[in-house]
Design a protein around this ligand. Structure first.
Ligand code: ATP
Ligand code: MG
Length: 380
C-alpha cells in the first residue's frame, strides 16, 4: 500500500516508521514548501502533488491547517481519509463548534466574533472571564487571548481586530472560561467498517499552552463518557482513521475543548504503552485493515522535549525510558522529540519519573520537576 500524507512533520515521520513492518510505504507532502518528500529523511521526491495523488492508494493528513484547494483536490481523488470535511472541522473553530453542537456533544458556551459589536454581544452572552481564540490557524495555545474584566476590552480588541484583518475568512471564537480540575484526551480509531477502538484516556499537563506531560489513566466512569462523545463525533463525520478529542474535566463531567482529526501528541504514549500504537492504527484504518488492540500493556507517561536537541546519554541506561527524536532543527519552544517512560505498575512509573526528573534540566522540563516535587512531598 502507498499512502500519501499531507504534512511532513513528526507525525508523518512516526506514521512512516509504524507503516514499514506492514509494508505500508509513505510519502509526505510538505504543504508550506509545496514539495513531495520522504517523511523520514525529508529528501525531496521529484514529483508534483497531482502525480503523488495519482500514485497513492490512500491519502491522509497529519495536520489540519491545510489550504482548502488542496483538501478539495484530494477529496476529488476519492482516496482521502478522513474526509476534507473532517480536516476542515479540525482547522476552523467555527465549523468545529457547529459540529460538536450538531453531534449533541457538550462543549464550552461560545460566540463568534467578526466585529466590535459582536465582541460586546459575546461578552453579554458568554460572560467574563472568557477565552478568545482565532478561528483559523491556532495551535499550541497560539492566537489566544484571555479577558478577565471589562477594563481590558479595548486593549484585547485592538489585537483581535489585527488578527481578524490579517487573513481572509479569519474570525474569533469567544468561549466561557472553564474552571476545569484537569485536562484529559481520548485518542481512538474508527475503521472503514465503522468499528471503533479507543485507547485509555490520557491526563494532560500543559505548560504555557503547550502539552508537556501525558499519562494514560484508568477511570472507567470518565472513559465511558469520553467514549460516548468520541462515538458521536466519529459517526457524525463518518470518520475513518485516528481521531483525538481533548476534554476539560469539571468535577467528573467532561466538556470537549477541541477535536484533532489525526494522530495526536497526547497519543504518543501508545508507542510503548499500548498493544498497537496510534500511528499503526491510523494506517490500518485508512488502508481498510482490521484495527489493532488499543489495550494498555504498561503504565506510561510521555514527556515532550521542547526546544532542546540533546539529552544526557545516561537516560538510555534507565529502565523503561525511551527517547524519540524528530530530526528537527533546534528552535526555542519547538517540539523536538518526546520521552516515553514506562513501569509495570503505577508506583514503578512514578519512581522512574522522579529518577528521570533528576537527570533533566529544571528550566527545560518544568512539568516533570513539578510532578517529582509533588510526589516527593506526598511520599515524605
Ligand atoms: P493545541 O493545538 O496544542 O491543542 P490550541 O492552540 O489548539 O492548542 P486549545 O487546546 O484550544 O488551543 O487551548 C490551549 C489550552 O488553553 C488548553 O489546553 C487549556 O489549558 C486552555 N484553555 C483553552 N480553552 C479554555 C477555556 N475555555 N477555559 C479554560 N482554559 C482553556
Ligand atoms: Mg488543544
Amino acid at each position: 500500500m502507498r499512502v500519501l500524507v499531507l504534512g511532513a512533520g513528526q507525525l508523518a515521520r512516526m506514521m512512516s516508521l509504524a507503516g514499514a513492518p506492514l509494508n505500508i510505504e509513505l510519502t509526505a507532502y510538505d504543504v508550506s514548501q509545496s514539495k513531495v518528500v520522504h517523511p523520514l529523511t525529508q529528501v525531496e521526491i521529484k514529483q508534483d502533488l497531482a502525480s503523488a495523488i495519482a500514485q497513492a492508494d490512500v491519502i491522509t493528513a497529519e495536520f489540519e491547517h491545510i489550504p482548502h484547494d488542496i483538501l478539495d483536490l484530494c477529496q476529488r481523488s476519492g482516496k482521502f481519509l478522513p474526509s476534507s470535511q473532517a480536516i476542515k472541522a479540525g482547522g476552523d473553530r467555527r465549523i468545529e463548534k457547529a459540529l460538536l453542537d450538531s453531534a449533541g456533544v457538550r462543549n464550552a458556551n461560545y460566540a463568534v466574533i467578526n466585529t466590535y459589536e459582536d465582541f460586546l454581544a459575546a461578552i453579554e452572552h458568554v460572560g467574563l472571564p472568557m477565552v478568545l481564540k482565532s478561528a483559523l490557524g491556532g495551535y499550541d495555545g497560539k492566537g489566544q487571548w484571555r479577558l478577565k474584566d471589562a477594563n481590558n476590552i479595548d486593549a484585547v480588541w485592538q489585537e483581535m481586530a489585527q488578527c481578524i484583518a490579517s487573513s481572509d475568512n479569519q474570525a474569533i471564537v469567544a468561549e466561557e472560561f472553564v474552571p476545569f480540575s484537569r485536562e484529559v484526551s481520548l485518542v481512538g480509531a474508527r475503521g472503514k467498517d465503522g468499528s471503533i477502538a479507543v485507547y485509555p484516556l490520557a491526563e494532560n499537563v500543559h505548560t504555557d499552552g503547550v502539552l508537556s506531560l501525558s499519562t494514560a489513566i484508568a477511570d472507567p466512569a470518565l472513559q465511558e463518557q469520553a467514549q460516548q462523545m468520541f462515538t458521536a463525533v466519529a459517526q457524525s463525520l463518518d470518520y475513518v482513521g485516528v481521531l483525538a478529542l481533548e476534554f476539560f474535566d469539571v468535577d467528573g463531567n467532561l466538556l470537549v475543548n477541541e477535536i484533532a482529526p489525526r494522530v495526536h501528541n497526547s497519543g504518543h504514549w501508545t508507542q510503548q504503552g499500548a498493544e498497537t500504537c496510534q500511528f499503526e492504527n491510523h494506517l490500518r484504518a485508512v488502508c481498510g485493515l482490521p484495527l489493532g488492540s488499543t489495550k494498555l500493556v504498561r503504565e506510561t507517561t510521555m514527556i515532550n522535549i521542547l526546544g532542546e536537541d540533546t539529552l544526557p546519554p545516561t537516560l538510555l541506561a534507565m529502565d523503561g525510558c525511551h527517547i524519540h527524536w524528530y530530526g528537527k532543527e533546534k528552535r526555542a519552544g519547538r517540539k523536538m522529540g518526546h520521552i516515553n517512560v514506562c513501569g509495570d505498575y503505577s508506583g514503578e512509573l512514578q519512581r522512574r519519573l522522579c529518577a528521570l526528573a533528576e537527570q533533566l534540566d529544571q528550566q527545560a522540563f518544568p512539568a516533570i520537576h513539578n510532578f517529582a516535587a509533588g510526589f516527593n512531598k506526598f511520599s515524605l
